[in-house]
Write a protein that binds this ligand. Structure first.
Ligand SMILES: Nc1ncnc2c1ncn2[C@@H]1O[C@H](COP(=O)(O)OP(=O)(O)OP(=O)(O)O)[C@@H](O)[C@H]1O
Ligand SMILES: [Mg+2]
Length: 373
């Protein structure tokens, strides 16, 4: 699978732009703030119906304009699919495949698998457990349609239960029956989520371990430890037992919204004991393993977006990574870099066919191309 072209209107700092892509490697080069990452984000939109960076669609509209359009054509199994994403401020986002509008955006997710590697991935290590749950959920949602539905329903039920707890606290009353409705919903969706997460980690971990060794070049033991309250208790019972504490705290204290994915290295938490280099390799390995995992399940090559890769890795490791991507036939890659010579030199070394786009102030200044001799 690959993205053939992309067209932008009023998207972030692009008033109007068109791109024809190489089916292997595409590089966006230019100075800071010119709009390189914005292109990756537009590609991300086509796959996930949303921005990788900004949860508010309307903030991605070019300043002082009222709408944006992102369109692109994916080549997949010999067919061309035209994807359309239109956002008008104050209106619902419109998402179409081959001119037919989706009823639910969730139906689109997973059709065009994609993995983004960005400097902001470090939040996976440094931020709270929510980021790691998002990482897990983002992958499972790409191959399990029901999962996303369960997740949405679970979060709705959770919000309702929490609102009820707050109301009880405020009005100093309690009604077990109305709470029970939400307990059942939470338990129903939560069990599904728990089982899918546990199964995912089990099959993902060995792939991750393999890639960690390839990327770091070291035989260190790394583990992904899935921690969930649901592993040891019956969820519905736990919800009933936690009522007193929940009322006091005015939110639900047990459930899969408390799940954690612990990153370990050499048997110790990575965040505390991992070196800078180990942490960088860990993150890249997580993402590359995500690619391999999706590839095995979806039977298509995911698209890889590499934002500011040199920010994360030294040239040797980048070469390792590019080599890996090349040799395993990973599919199409999009790379951003501020130094055209550096990335071109590396691509020549690994003999990667590529196309270069020089970006300046939200437009394409120059395009050049290098085919395999
Ligand atoms: N809604 C918007 N309207 C207009 N411009 C925007 C909007 N959102 C972001 N920008 C502009 O996009 C530019 C940043 O683009 P981008 O992040 O793609 O840069 P970059 O080339 O990746 O830079 P760097 O090398 O620093 O990562 C900034 O100038 C920012 O002001
Ligand atoms: Mg950038």
């Amino acid at each position: 699978m690959f993205l053939k072209n992309l067209s932008l209107v009023n998207f972030k700092n692009y008033r109007e732009a068109e791109f024809e892509f190489h089916d292997k490697v595409n590089c966006f080069v230019g100075n800071n703030g010119e709009g390189k990452t914005n292109i990756l984000d537009a590609i991300y939109y086509l796959s996930f119906c949303k921005s990788f960076f900004n949860p508010s669609d309307s903030q991605n509209v070019l300043h002082d304009e009222s709408f944006f359009l992102v369109q692109g054509e994916f080549e997949k199994e010999g067919e061309t699919d035209k994807i359309y994403c239109g956002v008008k401020k104050g209106q619902q986002k419109i998402f179409k495949k081959n001119k037919a509008e989706y009823d639910r955006l969730a139906d689109h997710i997973g059709g065009y698998p994609l993995v983004m590697i960005s400097p902001s991935d470090s939040i996976l290590i440094y931020e709270g457990s929510e980021e790691r749950r998002k990482f897990i959920d983002g992958i499972i949602s790409q191959y399990d349609k029901e999962y996303l539905d369960h997740l949405i329903q679970y979060n709705k039920a959770l919000a309702q239960r929490n609102a009820l707890l707050k109301l009880f606290f405020k009005e100093r009353r309690f009604d077990a029956e109305s709470l029970e409705i939400w307990n059942e919903q939470l338990s129903n969706h939560g069990k599904y989520i728990f089982e899918k997460r546990a199964a995912f980690i089990k099959s993902f971990e060995p792939i991750f371990q393999e890639y960690f060794q390839i990327i770091s070049g070291k035989k260190e033991t790394v583990e992904l430890e899935y921690q969930s309250q649901l592993a040891a208790i019956d969820f519905i019972e736990a919800l009933q037992n936690s009522v007193d504490e929940d009322l006091r705290k005015q939110f639900s204290t047990v459930g899969v919204h408390k799940d954690e994915l612990q990153f370990n290295i050499g048997g110790h938490p990575l965040k505390k004991f991992g070196s800078q280099g180990q942490q960088k390799s860990y993150l890249i390995a997580l993402k590359v393993a995500q690619m391999e995992f999706l590839k095995q399940i979806k039977k298509v090559n995911p698209i890889l977006l590499l934002d500011d890769i040199f920010d994360k890795l030294d040239e040797n490791r980048v070469m390792h990574l590019l080599d890996l991507v090349n040799s395993r036939k990973f599919g199409q890659i999009f790379i951003t870099d501020t130094h055209p010579e550096r990335i071109e030199q590396l691509l020549r070394t690994v003999k990667g066919e590529h196309k270069m786009f020089e970006i300046e102030k939200g437009s394409v200044k120059r395009v050049w191309h290098e085919e395999k001799k």
